[in-house]
Ligand binder design. Structure first.
Ligand code: NDP
Length: 282
């Protein structure tokens, strides 16, 4: 069987164009603030990439970089100020935060209507209640990629490996809303390979390079590889063993060039959602 690659870069490019057009029609320059604390070099590059994308579609983005020794209370105070600032439309606290900061406390402080990453419990609750508003960017990007392969997902079996707040849990909710029969797997799941072979849609978000081999894939399945790991020689790789998946999966996302570009692009679409909502509320 021929395996088709789901090109995240190409799809991201198309969606970015749509976002730029929508913002031009609305005649708005939305403002996004990124809060950054003690980033690694990789995160710094990632944020630079986000800034490039937001600028390209006409979103004004500023980075508020805080001292590595900042306390949870100080980050909370800054987020509260941004919540109150009428000129700020979206707030993004770049994760991971240093260990001494309580990440959940910081996330929960973000005004849910400015929560461009969709990570507050209010926005996750909205998703759970099937009233989605701002949806976490990575799973939302995955859903767009899945739709490139198949428009109607009704009745398909989906297996999501990973149960994080950032990826696995919201991904499962999105697929449930698409009428899939969803199973969430994790490190304690028994017979993972056999379970995965039942999946018409397999989303792997573990960060375990090469976990998904031919033995885990139903012939013709849509396989979405969220994982990002670094190989010994410094290359980026996903959870899926590409060579062994090819010829069995019907559709497959490459790493890099699959889910990654879509994650950044979903920040842009969430900003559009916020602006539309703000205009409706006027
Ligand atoms: P977490 O570490 O929070 O979650 C990983 C999940 O995978 C956990 O639920 C864990 O199970 C499960 N898991 C780990 N090993 C196995 C295994 N051998 N078998 C089955 N399940 C396993 O990570 P995130 O959800 O934040 O991210 C997941 C991956 O996606 C990472 O590689 C991350 O870098 C990448 N990522 C990529 C993005 C992109 O834009 N492409 C964006 C965000 C993340 P348990 O809960 O039992 O521990």
């Amino acid at each position: 069987m021929e395996t088709k690659l789901l090109d995240g870069r190409a799809l991201a490019g198309k969606i970015q164009e749509q976002v730029a057009n929508e913002l031009a029609v609305m005649q708005r320059v939305p403002k996004l603030v990124v809060v950054l604390v003690d980033p690694s070099e990789a995160i710094r590059i990632y944020v630079r990439n986000k800034l490039k994308r937001t600028a390209a579609v006409g979103i004004q983005t500023t980075v508020q970089e805080l001292s590595p020794t900042v306390s949870t209370e100080q980050v909370v105070a800054i987020v509260k100020e941004l919540n109150q600032d009428k000129l700020v439309d979206g707030i993004l606290v770049q994760l991971p935060l240093p260990d001494h900061i309580n990440t959940n406390t910081v996330i929960e402080t973000i005004d849910p209507n400015k929560d461009v990453d969709g990570l507050t419990s209010v926005n996750l609750g909205r998703l759970m209640a099937n009233m989605p508003y701002l949806v976490p960017c990575t799973p939302l990007g995955c859903l767009h990629l899945i739709h490139q392969a198949k428009a109607d997902l009704t009745g398909l079996n989906a297996v999501v490996i990973g149960r994080s707040r950032l990826v696995g849990r919201p991904m499962a909710q999105l697929l449930l809303a698409e009428n899939c029969t969803v199973t969430i797997a994790h490190s304690k799941t028994r017979n993972l390979a056999a379970l995965c072979r039942t999946a018409d849609i397999l989303v792997s978000a573990t960060g375990q390079p090469g976990l998904i081999t031919d033995n885990y894939i139903k012939p013709g399945a849509i396989v979405i590889d969220v994982g990002i790991s670094k190989t010994k020689d410094g290359h980026i790789t996903g959870d899926v063993d590409m060579e062994r998946a090819k010829g069995i999966a019907g559709w497959l996302t490459p790493v890099p060039g699959g889910v990654g570009p879509m994650t950044i692009t979903m920040i842009l679409t969430n900003m559009v959602q916020i602006i539309k909502q703000n205009l409706d509320n006027k």
